[in-house]
Design a protein around this ligand. Structure first.
Ligand code: SAM
Length: 284
């Protein structure tokens, strides 16, 4: 008997792949958590039936959500990760000796538990002595923080369910307040391709542009996400991701990456015209 996983991207487009074994399946107070062993993508974490992490392409997402900001500001010492329950973002951050403290605020402890058991590739560095895990709502966690973090990474699900509040103006304003004077916010910024994702991207980008003096969007290729064309938001109080970026300084760190490099750091901000027009407000 063949077992296939299918994710609905729109009412008219689906994405399917063949499953070897259904390794984990439990409903947490927040979402359905599943881990599948698959032929094409290795182990896959899904939440409420949506692909979050796969062994085959997680390196793309976790490289691009961390190294662009870290290369823009080599002085980053204190980091807040909101979401990121699979541990991949924290794994990449722990590669920087300059980072002194990482708070990871993940609302669903079950995601961390399942990732520790089945996704050591991403969850392997959650026990780093600099990492402090909080199983709380990230929305509330930032409310009372002021001038604390040099970098906030919102590694969230989509703006539905527990993740919805991580795409609001109030939340972004609280992140701004929680950041230090050279603070940077990187957020999971959805995609320009399918209508629902594009609407969420435009809304989030417009909100961040109203709050941060520097607000850019950069792209990466993510085969297992809807359309494969995905974006991160980059909000910054002072440092520009390209004007203030010193590639030689980052290269001198000798951090070996599989996707990020200092050329793609710059290239990722060169957006297709239709995406630029969406962001600048001409089209939705
Ligand atoms: N890479 C994935 C993506 O781009 O869709 C997301 C990685 S991670 C699995 C997303 C995490 O955000 C989930 O573990 C989810 O539980 C967490 N999350 C959602 N809403 C949250 C909230 N309000 N506070 C903290 N964590 C939240």
């Amino acid at each position: 008997m063949e077992l296939w996983f299918t994710e609905k991207h729109t009412d008219y487009a689906k994405f399917s792949f063949k499953v070897k074994k259904h390794l984990f399946s439990e409903k947490s107070p927040f979402q359905q958590v599943d881990i599948l062993d698959t032929y094409e993508f290795g182990k896959v974490l899904t939440l409420d039936g949506l692909v979050m992490v796969t062994e085959k392409d997680e390196f793309i997402y976790h490289d691009m959500i961390t190294h662009v900001a870290m290369a823009t500001n080599p002085e980053i010492k204190k980091v807040l990760v909101i979401g990121g329950g699979d541990g991949g973002t924290v794994r990449e951050l722990t590669r920087y000796k300059s980072i002194e403290h990482i708070d990871m605020v993940e609302i669903d402890e079950m995601v961390v538990k399942a990732s520790r058991e089945y996704l050591p590739i991403t969850a392997g560095k959650l026990d780093d002595e600099r990492v402090n895990l909080y199983f709380e709502d990230g929305i509330k966690f930032v409310e009372d923080k002021e001038n604390v973090y040099d970098l906030i990474i919102v590694d969230s699900t989509d703006p539905i369910g527990p993740g919805e509040g991580l795409f609001t103006t109030e939340f972004y304003k609280n992140c701004y307040k929680a950041l230090t004077e050279n603070g940077i916010l990187v957020n999971q910024n959805e995609s320009p391709y399918y209508e629902r994702d594009a609407k969420a991207m435009i809304r989030a980008t417009k909100k961040i542009k109203k709050i941060f003096p520097i607000a850019e969007v950069y792209q990466y290729h993510m085969p297992t996400y809807p359309s494969g064309h995905w974006l991160f938001g980059f909000g910054s109080k002072k440092l520009h991701p390209i004007k203030d970026f010193n590639p030689d300084k980052w290269n001198s760190l000798g951090i070996k990456t599989k996707y990020y490099n200092t050329d793609i750091h710059v290239g990722a901000f060169a957006l297709p015209t239709y995406v630029r027009e969406m962001i600048e407000g001409e089209t939705e």
